[in-house]
Every structure is written in structure tokens, then in C-alpha cells.
Design a protein around this ligand. Structure first.
Ligand code: AMP
Length: 475
């Protein structure tokens, strides 16, 4: 299906006007695929990552449908969007505010780590769309400050991440408070068994959409590998900064303490850098990210809290200062550059203890990262230890530390495919049910209804909308 512009998706005028102002001209593949089905009222199971334009793919049709059936009486939460991290929640909310600029629809964002008072005030004023992370939402629900009984649209973004982070029980508790009659959307970068079973509990006869990243976009990222002794990593970083004068550089460290140290050492060399990780206050994280986004901060040093979900355009360099011990994380990290098909440079440092991690990464990406020996800190010793096992970590014998959400992000395995999706990605769609009819007028894509799916929700109930052809928002 080739869609030339958003008007052909039949979105309402205020949305088209807002998109025009933002400068979106052509729908991305996931938008072109998902929006028509969502406007019809179908549930959607999407396999797509941040960077594919999925926020607009789920927000635009919801905004259209909300605008089409205006509320009577005070504002009630009609849409709940759940996502795993504060940054992603804030980003989704910001996008919605842009898209809804010409509509009488109010959105708010809710996450932990900040005072709940402003969130309470927003709730009291009334909102139509709530974008939340599960922990704080449950907290406010238990204080009876949130009423989800009028939710019509439920979105799970980065569902695999939410499950990885141990949110499954929170999600189940939240689901129990959301009406069964609703339209649901679930997006995930990967489709492990746990996601498929979650989707069975929450989606009704979903259309499945897969956005396959296009390999050419991977090529837009120039990867290189530098063998260096651990003690020389920081001077090597300074060397790169002086040699390449990167416009925007994102440096990934393994630990929070390590990131702070990199920032301090860079400052000593005359470079301003800021760190974001789980020990930083939400305000500090937002300020750093804001400055990095608007280009007033050249260097951001981060743990893996920043490796997924964050959309900062024009990052010219990603430095893997420490190699991740989970190979897929490498792919997510370097995917912070080269977004939307632009070029980008990804440099990985590998020290004398990281050979095992490097082997894991190269096995996962099925290629050897080209080695750059043309730098003053090249270490033949580190290179020779590529075959070695990583040294065992020291055991922490003290009191067990409470693991925070961001710790869990960096510790847990980041399952997931390629992050190089951008707008060049191709897509395929299939109904989650096997077999099926060919849907007329939909470019011959297969989709089916019914089948042997077990749905534990109370069935029935079409909800008619005023769109031509009506809607079939089955519950
Ligand atoms: P997302 O995957 O939602 O994080 O989107 C990735 C980036 O693509 C964001 O900066 C969006 O603003 C941008 N974007 C989304 N849809 C479009 C579009 N149709 N045209 C241009 N940019 C878009």
C-alpha cells in the first residue's frame, strides 16, 4: 500500500493541520499500516521499535476517534498509555501535545521519582489521555486518585521492556481496573512467548503488524572497534573528541559511578558533559536530555537507561565506552545514531577484560566490527585477549541493595531485534489468527477473524462510530 500523504488516511482536519505544522508529510510504514485498522476500531499487535514513528501510529487514530465522540460532562481518562520508562512516557506525552495542538483534548504524563502533587492537580483538572509508567500509576490508583473506569483505548508501548523490568504483576493489577470493552494496542520490539500470552489476555482478534528494519539503514551507521587498555579509555575518548569534533556524542558506560567518573574526567580535560542514569533526579535527567536534544550540550554520558526509547535526532557519535555484557544492548545503543536513515558513527572500545563481550556482540550482529588501529592508544594486549573469558565479578557481601527501575533496565537482558528501523523500514501485516479471508480493498493483505483463539474477556459489543462503514471495536 502506497500512501502519499496523511490526508489519504482520513484523519480529521485539526490533526492534519497539526501534522502540517510539525512537518510530517508522508506516513511511515507503521503509520500507513496501522492507522486504517485503528480507525476501524481493531485491536493491534505491533512488532516495532522506537524510531519507526509508532507514537504517531497509535496516537493519531486515538486522537481522531476521541475528537469524533466528544465527551459530555467533565473530562475522564478515556485513553491510558503505559510504557516502561519516565523518559519514554514524557516523550509520548510531548508528541501527543503536538498532535493534539488544535483539538480540545488534554493529555498528562505520570511517572515516579518526582513529587506526585502536580500529577494530582492535573488529575483533578481532568484529562482525556494519561501516559504513565506502571509503578506510579498503581501508587496513585491505590490512593484513589485515578479512575480508569472510563478508559476506551489502552496502549502498551515497549511491552517486552515492561515485562523485562518485572512489571507484569503491576500490569495485571492495572488491567483489572480498565473496562473490558475497549480498543487495545500492544507494541513490542520482540515477540517472546510472554508477550504473546499477554496479548491474548488483552487484545481481541488483533491485526498483527511487523515493521522489519531495512538492512540498508544499518549500513548508514559506520561502526568501528578500538582495542585499548582500560586505563587508556578516557584519554582515548578525549583524543576522539579532539580529532573528530563530534556534533553530538552519546557515551555509554556500564555503571552509574563509572558514568559520573567519565563526566568528571572529561571536565578536567575541558569538555562539558552531563550524565544520565538511575541515581540522577528526574529534573537533572530531563535537563540533561533537553540540552542534549536542543544542541547546547555536546556530550551525554549514560547507562542503558538511555539505550532504548529515547528519540534524540542527529546524534553523530555513539561511543561504547564500556561494552555491554548483553549483546543485543549493543544494537540498541548504536541505534541511537543513524536514526531515520541518516549516517552515524559508532565506536566501541574493547579493553583487556571485555573480549568475551565483544565475541558475543559480533556473534549477535553476525559480523566483525572493523578494527581501527590508527589511534595512539591501540593495545595489542587488549586485542590478543579477545578470546579470553570476562573476569568474574567481585561478590558484593554487604547488605543486598534495593534494585531500582533503572538498575533493572541496565541489568536485565535487552531482548530485541535490530533498532535500525527509521522510516525506510518495510512492513508486513498479518492477523494473529491463522488462515483467513482476504480483506477486500486492503491491497490484498491477509487478515482473518474468529479462529480458535481463547478470549477470556466478555465478548460482544460493537461500538458504532460515525465514520462511514462504522467501526467494529469488539471487546
Ligand atoms: P517514534 O518511533 O514515535 O519515536 O518516532 C521517531 C521519530 O520520527 C520522531 O522524531 C518523530 O517525530 C518522527 N516521525 C514520526 N512520524 C513521522 C512522519 N510521518 N514524518 C516525519 N517524521 C516522523
Amino acid at each position: 500500500m502506497i500512501l502519499l500523504n496523511f490526508a489519504s488516511l482520513n484523519l480529521c482536519e485539526p490533526l492534519l493541520g497539526a501534522l502540517d505544522n510539525i512537518g510530517y508529510e508522508t506516513p511511515t510504514p507503521i503509520q500507513a499500516e496501522a492507522i486504517p485498522y485503528l480507525l476501524e476500531g481493531r485491536d493491534v499487535l505491533g512488532c516495532a521499535q522506537t524510531g519507526t514513528g509508532k507514537t504517531a501510529a497509535f496516537s493519531l487514530p486515538i486522537l481522531h476517534l476521541l475528537a469524533e465522540t466528544p465527551r459530555n460532562g467533565p473530562r475522564k481518562i478515556r485513553t491510558l498509555m503505559l510504557c516502561p520508562t519516565r523518559e519514554l512516557a514524557a516523550q509520548i506525552h510531548e508528541n501527543i501535545e503536538l498532535y493534539a495542538a488544535k483539538l480540545d483534548i488534554r493529555s498528562m504524563v505520570m511517572f515516579g521519582g518526582v513529587s506526585q502533587k502536580p500529577q494530582e492537580r492535573n488529575l483533578r483538572r481532568g484529562v482525556d489521555i494519561l501516559v504513565a509508567t506502571p509503578g506510579r500509576l498503581l501508587d496513585l490508583m491505590s490512593q484513589r486518585l485515578v479512575d480508569l473506569s472510563k478508559v476506551e483505548f489502552l496502549v502498551f508501548d515497549e511491552a517486552d521492556r515492561m515485562l523485562d523490568m518485572g512489571f507484569i504483576r503491576d500490569i495485571q493489577k492495572i488491567l483489572a481496573h480498565v473496562p473490558k470493552r475497549r480498543q487495545s494496542l500492544l507494541f513490542s520490539a520482540t515477540m517472546p512467548h510472554s508477550i504473546v500470552s499477554l496479548s491474548k489476555d488483552m487484545l481481541f482478534d488483533p491485526i498483527r503488524i511487523d515493521i522489519t528494519p531495512e538492512s540498508t539503514t544499518v549500513e548508514a551507521i559506520k561502526q568501528s572497534l578500538m582495542f585499548v587498555m582500560k586505563a587508556d579509555k578516557r584519554p582515548l575518548l578525549t583524543h576522539i573528541l579532539l580529532e573528530e569534533s563530534p556534533e553530538k556524542m552519546l557515551v555509554f558506560g556500564r555503571t552509574k559511578h563509572g558514568c559520573n567518573k567519565i563526566v568528571r574526567l572529561l571536565e578536567r580535560d575541558g569538555f562539558e558533559a552531563l550524565a544520565i542514569h538511575g541515581n540522577k533526579s528526574q529534573g537533572a535527567r530531563e535537563r540533561a536530555l533537553g540540552r542534549f536534544r536542543d544542541g547546547t550540550l555536546q556530550i551525554l554520558v549514560a547507562t542503558d537507561v538511555a539505550s532504548r526509547g529515547i528519540d534524540v535526532s542527529d546524534i553523530s557519535h555513539v561511543i561504547n565506552y564500556d561494552l555491554p555484557n548483553v549483546p543485543e544492548v549493543y544494537v540498541h545503543r548504536i541505534g541511537r545514531t543513524g536514526r531515520a536513515g541518516q549516517g552515524g558513527i559508532a565506536i566501541a572500545f574493547c579493553d583487556e577484560n571485555e573480549g568475551e563481550y565483544l565475541r558475543g556482540i559480533e556473534k549477535t550482529i553476525r559480523q566483525s566490527i572493523p578494527v581501527n588501529e590508527e589511534h595512539p592508544f591501540h593495545s595489542a594486549k587488549a586485542q590478543s585477549r579477545k578470546g579470553d573469558k570476562a573476569p568474574k565479578k567481585k561478590q558484593n557481601r554487604g547488605r543486598p541493595r534495593r534494585i531500582g527501575v533503572e538498575d533493572r533496565i541496565s541489568r536485565k537482558s535487552s531482548k530485541g531485534g535490530n533498532k535500525f528501523s527509521g522510516r525506510g523500514g518495510s512492513s508486513s501485516r498479518k492477523s494473529s489468527n491463522r488462515g483467513g479471508n482476504k480483506s477486500p480493498g486492503r491491497g490484498g493483505h491477509k487478515r482473518s477473524r474468529g479462529g480458535d483463539r481463547t478470549d477470556n474477556r466478555s465478548g460482544g459489543g460493537n461500538r458504532n462510530r460515525s465514520r462511514s462503514g462504522g467501526s467494529n471495536r469488539k471487546r
